[in-house]
Write a protein that binds this ligand. Structure first.
Ligand code: DX5
Ligand code: ZN
Length: 219
């Protein structure tokens, strides 16, 4: 039993063959990361409610939905109804994180909070023991294939310290630029839930890529 999880990010999959790509990783991990973008909070668009609803019919994987959008409150019910298992919102996009966490949980979902690399890490600390997952973005959100930012390690360490001090078992997640090298760096800094897009679906064999990433942490 390992003490960490890997969540392939569907953003890097072939959107013409979504279920083929999901099936390629299904037996290798239970977690699937789904990026939702609005063109406002981030400079890009991606998948939304109908895609989540459609793929829900064909897999029992845990849907970790990353909401990169303003007004996340508005989308809790639609994504809950579509079959999400966890909703992770951005701290920059709400005035009342605690109320949003309560709303997400009231729908029977797990709640995550995420922080943009430009936001001081202190902002998220008061909430780390109130959620199921804390996502420290390790790239500027909006695009796959970016490079892991150097500032990430110290930010991960700060959240790790806060979680440990508060005795929280919440996942410490990282997202962006995770590959065979950076996964170990992030693990050593205290991350335990690794979102990886390009490193998984950019590979000819996505299932094997998940195993290779796992091996980089444990060896
Ligand atoms: C980017 C998304 C990520 C993205 C990561 O803003 O939140 O989940 O898919 O892609 P890679 O692993 O290619 O950096
Ligand atoms: Zn993401």
């Amino acid at each position: 039993m390992s003490d960490f999880e890997i969540a392939p990010s569907l953003l890097a999959a072939d959107f013409g063959y979504l279920m083929r790509d999901i099936k390629a990783v299904e037996g290798k991990t239970n977690y699937l990361h789904l990026d939702v973008m609005d063109g406002h909070f981030v400079d890009n668009l991606s998948i939304g409610v109908p895609v989540v609803e459609s793929i829900r019919k064909y897999t029992d994987m845990f849907f970790d939905v990353h909401l990169m959008l303003t007004n996340p409150e508005k989308f809790v019910k639609p994504f809950a109804d579509a079959g999400a298992d966890m909703l992770t919102f951005h701290i920059e996009c709400t005035n009342d994180p605690e109320r949003l966490i309560t709303l997400i949980r009231s729908k029977g979902l797990k709640a995550g909070i995420s922080i943009h690399p430009d936001t001081p890490i202190e902002k998220v600390i008061p909430f780390v023991d109130k959620v199921d997952l804390v996502l420290v973005m390790t790239v500027v959100p909006g695009f796959g294939g970016s490079s892991y930012l150097d500032v990430s390690d110290s930010r991960i360490k700060a959240v790790r310290k806060a979680l440990d001090e508060k005795g929280s078992k919440a996942f410490l997640s990282v997202d962006g630029g995770i590959n065979k090298k950076t996964i170990k760096e992030a693990y050593d800094s205290g991350a335990r839930y690794f979102v990886a897009g390009t490193a998984v679906f950019g590979n000819e064999d996505p299932g094997q890529a998940v195993e290779d990433l796992r091996a980089c942490v444990t060896m």
